[in-house]
Design a protein around this ligand. Sequence first.
Ligand SMILES: *Cc1c(COP(=O)(O)O)cnc(C)c1O
Ligand code: SF4
Length: 336
Amino acid sequence: MIPAALPIQKTAHSWQAAWRNAVTDPADLLARLGLGHRLAELSEAAMAQFPLRVPESFVARMVPGDMNDPLLRQVLPVDAETDKVPGYSFDAVGDGSAMAAQGLLHKYAGRVLLVTTGSCAIHCRYCFRRHFPYAEASASPNDWDAAISHIAADASISEVILSGGDPLSLSTAKLAALTDQLAGIDHVRRLRIHSRLPVVLPERVDDELIAWLSAVSMPVTWVVHANHANEFDDAVAAALSRIRLPHVTLLNQAVLLRGVNDSVDALADLSERAYAQGVLPYYLHLLDRVHGAAHFDVIESEAKTLISLLRARLPGYLVPRLARETEGNDSKDLLA
Ligand SMILES: *Cc1c(COP(=O)(O)O)cnc(C)c1O
Ligand code: SF4
């Protein structure tokens, strides 16, 4: 019998525990996939630039024995990352110069992007923030003041985008403190959340998170990030169905990645699987030209061809907008 007065504690199943248990050892990752004999193909130099990190539940969705598994490829540190490729840089999208206040990027009319944290539950090798100086650049959880003041002082800002890293790396209490401050600013009418955690760490979507989300008084657009249909499993579906509250719109952004989703079949499956969970495709991003990611690049003409093939196959609302981030423009560049 369980005594009624047992103190409430974080169980081994809490999202923080799932976060901590992420696989960070390359030998462990490959052993779990029956690929231990391929360890020499991983790159120590690449891991020194950007450590290996992948949650256990994401590893469990990979196909054992397949070094080319589309989920594995997204997190596998390889030698090609250390190649110096012309046109690839450390600040691929010009964020360094777009800071309006600590952690706040104000590049486009009406909306600001708040870099809430540098940390993330997974390390995607193509991440355009892999070289970003987070420690200096993110708005520290205890110091939103400069960012909030900037937002409060500019009545043209109607939407605040929580980004990172992954904003759901923050505790729910910190998220609530932040959204309470935003709710006090009249001209902020919409909240957007750019978070891949429902996909890569579905444990994060717990009762406390849903209680917070339910209490947010603005319409919320939640943009998840999945690149391949295999990223969806039952746990992800359950997490997404809890997020899909009446005031929440769910969208997906993906990155077009060589060897992961650069075929019309893969893109069509991704849209279909996302839609089955109530998620509509939003952007398909061409790779940001960040140093270390060149081996994932799909050239623009090929990307446009993929989109037209997709359009011939799927209803219009399941075809993502092909976009590229270009420094100095007043919106993302739409290519198709
Ligand atoms: C992508 C992005 C946005 C949002 O752009 P939408 O086209 O509204 O999705 C806002 N700010 C920054 C800095 C961005 O990179
Ligand atoms: S989930 Fe997003 S922020 Fe996190 S590593 Fe991947 S691309 Fe970067």
